[in-house]
Design a protein around this ligand. Sequence first.
Ligand code: M6R
Length: 616
Amino acid sequence: MCGIVGYIGVKPADYIILNALKKLEYRGYDSAGISLLTAQGNIYTEKEKGKIVNLESLIFEKNKKISSYCGIGHTRWATHGEPSMINAHPHTDCAENISVVHNGIIENYTQLKKELIEKGHSFKSETDTEVVPHILEDYLKETDDILEAVNNTIEKLEGAYALAIILSGQEPVIIGVRKGSPLVMGVGDKDYFLASDIPAFLEYTNNVIFLDDNEIVILKKFSYDIYRKNEKITKQINKIKWDAAQAQKSGYKHYMLKEIYEQPEAVKNTILDKVNFTKKEINFENFDESIISLLKECSNITITACGTSWHAGLIGKFLIESLTDVTVEVDYASELRYREKFIKPNSLLIAVSQSGETADTLEVIKKYKKLNAKVLSICNVLGSSIPRESNYTIYTHAGPEISVASTKAFTTQVTVFLLLALYIARKRNSVNNEDFENYIEIMKNLPALLENTINATANMDKIAPELSKYSNYLYLGRGINYPVALEGALKLKEISYIHAEGYPGGEMKHGPLALIDENFPSVILLPKDSLYEKMFGNLNEIKSRRGKVVLFTSDSNIYDNLNDYADYIFKIPDCDKFFQPIVYVIPLQLLSYYIADFKGCDIDQPRNLAKSVTVE
Ligand code: M6R
């Protein structure tokens, strides 16, 4: 939540910062602001309510030609204080010599603000952030040493923060500080970047330094220094394989549509470094004897995640329990972090997160690690906080996911779970050679299967006008496809604002059936599997109550009278049960996308949401 950027170098800072903020807009978009250090050493600040384009037009309208090569910017997702121009970042000290952008929450800000007001400081906003420039203002009166003043300032702060700070009246510098919120640094040819996430500067450089908690970076025009407290440290520069084009819309109307279409390629990349098709083997980078023996011996695993990643976790449970004798629990991270639970020392926690920054998931990891449990994370963003807190990480390699609604993150996470379940089964001898090799063969063809699925269901836009009229939807699936129903319902809710609920088909009679009438449509997943007849029963129940049905069923469905039961029928390529969630979720993503697009919703940036939930 909230995106921060900083730039110092030889290019016009306003252009670079606005451009970088647009790439981070998925993190929050209720207001935005920028502070530039002018050639005269003054700070020029502009803020505006709403999206980055509003800020851009404001700067354009004022037609101020600011010649600046150093500045900071912010896109906000409000936590303290309503979305408004006053509460938008950057925030300044009394003399407006210090400008600060912040992502995170300063938990003790009320007390700090009270003390600062007593000392004579005056505040403009309702934000927690504003205490930072005022505290720093006091310390900079006592010393010329910026590092000392920043160290003293952060010593007073409780909570989570990533900060970027500029100061007027001296050699241009940007100070970056990280504790609990993401902050990465980009190393260009003649310039440096700070950002909450890599896509912000990917267009300019793919050389990245991942800052760790309690580290301070001071960026100057042609050099930088990183400190832990007062000690100067050296950090590795990582080359990121993502390229800038991956973080662009590339001709698609929305990132979400692009990311849906990218799934065959994304899944191919997930599989690439994990499966040796010649030797018919699955291997995970960095797995050592300790995790291998844990996976061989453990009797239960806990999976934790939020939102879409939690749905992938539910499928992970189904896969691991179907292929091995391990019992798996799946818990929302937001619940598990506060729940009293006996955790055996040799337990395994699997944490799933696209962004690697979700605050609740991160807290559960810390809780489990304190109790000596091992943590394996499944993550997309390289070097993000969750992999760095985990003992082991399996990367999904889905490429940057920009749209707030997760799509390729889900299919790649489920692919990892399938590979992991097969891996554990192999180690525990709970799958025979023939079956294992058969799964590997299907895996090889999975990207092509996803391509066919997209082609078979791309015409979903035709039914969007009719389906966008309804205010409520029920999504039904069974077994491994029940979490797919949950995921389909979540997609519809978050981008089209239509209420939708996911249910296992068998629960219909226990309540939800009461909702069904001609104004309450159902989306039904009816693959050809052992529960086919049972799900067919649901179709009957719904149709006899005049409910509308959108049906997703197997290509080889033998019933030719399906038209009697469903209003819209989509044939999905046949596939093995374990692969169905990866395949069936795609038409549900498309369905939500086209309904939301028909309604004219802001698909990539739905109201009230942000991509990474880095606060509680
Ligand atoms: O980055 P994470 O996977 O940890 O994010 C978890 C959820 O916030 C995320 O999946 C959210 O539910 C998406 N908006 C769903 O589309």
